[in-house]
Design a protein around this ligand. Structure first.
Ligand SMILES: NC(=O)c1ccc[n+]([C@@H]2O[C@H](COP(=O)([O-])OP(=O)(O)OC[C@H]3O[C@@H](n4cnc5c(N)ncnc54)[C@H](OP(=O)(O)O)[C@@H]3O)[C@@H](O)[C@H]2O)c1
Length: 277
């Protein structure tokens, strides 16, 4: 787990689906106290250049410096993109990775990212030859100093097992949608813990409405003077999940960050782990 010099922040601010509001919301998130930013060079869902504009505004206002931040972006295969591609679709996958990261660095106004993530494997059926080529290209980017750490996203346990068997070295991060009814992605989380990989969880609120509305959790939130969302984020951290939030509301940003001060009992954590599963 990367903890030398600059530790990974304990909350990541997600920039998906914000379109024209991306610069303003990125700057606001930094002003509110977020130091980790998640984006992707996938114009279909993210406005990465807008993230860069938000960063530039925050730097200019003296809110943060580049060295205070953890910037994470992603390489997205052609099928996950629309027509606004950050690479030549006729180039080899390794060239596409190099072009996509060069474009990300230009968007973000930096010469390195803290984390570079494969947005998702090429197929749902296992770690493919294409994934291997992309991963090797990402390793080359890391070796060249343009990415400090690497990760993979939207993976199954099978993907991870095959990937680890096929390549020397493991990803530093795994970023997955975290469903409570799938035991909060327990098999993947445990695989990560055993190998010192850091699990990042997204859709912690939107994928788990049944948990947020569960009477037991609502009661726990009331007793701990917290919101149900804060309980979920605190729970996530307690079981080793680095949470993402993509809220557009300043008050939710404040509440989400404040969830770091909410300590749940081991019994409460255990109950939440099995609440929907
Ligand atoms: N790797 C991938 O494939 C992938 C996929 C999806 C997402 N992500 C990343 O994860 C980030 C987060 O996405 P997400 O799917 O978790 O959903 P999200 O964008 O964080 O959406 C959260 C939703 O819950 C609402 N909400 C209500 N109370 C909230 C509270 N206290 N705190 C936060 N939100 C609250 C928000 O509304 P308000 O805006 O009104 O607060 C919003 O509608 C994305 O921006 C992206 O960076 C990655």
């Amino acid at each position: 787990m990367p903890n030398e010099r600059r530790p990974v922040p304990d909350f990541l601010y997600g920039t998906a689906w914000k379109e024209d509001r991306t610069p303003q919301l990125t700057e606001l998130a930094l002003r509110m106290g977020f130091r980790g930013i998640d984006t992707a060079n996938q114009r279909r869902h993210y406005f990465e250049a807008g993230v860069g504009q938000g960063l530039a505004a925050a730097y200019a206002a003296g809110v943060v410096a580049r060295s205070d931040l953890f910037l994470q972006t992603k390489f997205t295969y052609r099928p996950g993109q629309d027509h606004r591609l950050p690479y030549d679709p006729d180039a080899s996958l390794s060239v596409q990775v190099a072009q996509s990261l060069a474009s990300s660095l230009a968007h973000l106004g930096t010469d390195y990212v803290d984390s570079y993530v494969l947005h998702g494997p090429a197929t749902g059926y296992g770690w493919s030859y294409a994934d291997g080529e992309v991963w090797e290209a990402m390793c080359n980017e890391r070796a060249a100093g343009r990415a400090r750490f690497l990760g993979v996203s939207n993976v199954t346990l099978g993907h991870l097992e095959q990937m680890v068997a096929a390549h020397a070295g493991t990803p530093t991060f795994v970023q997955n949608r975290c469903f409570a009814h799938l035991k909060w992605d327990r098999p993947v989380r445990f695989f990560c813990q055993e190998r010192n990989m850091l699990y990042q969880g997204f859709s912690l609120l939107t994928a788990n409405v049944e948990v947020l509305q569960h009477p037991w959790l609502i009661d726990l939130a009331a007793r701990t003077d917290a919101t149900p969302a804060q309980v979920v984020f605190s729970f996530a951290r307690a079981v080793g999940i680095l949470p993402l939030t993509g809220t557009s509301a300043a008050e939710h940003m404040r509440q989400d960050l404040a969830s770091r001060d909410l300590a749940l009992s081991p019994e409460a954590v255990q109950t939440i782990e099995s609440l929907a599963g």
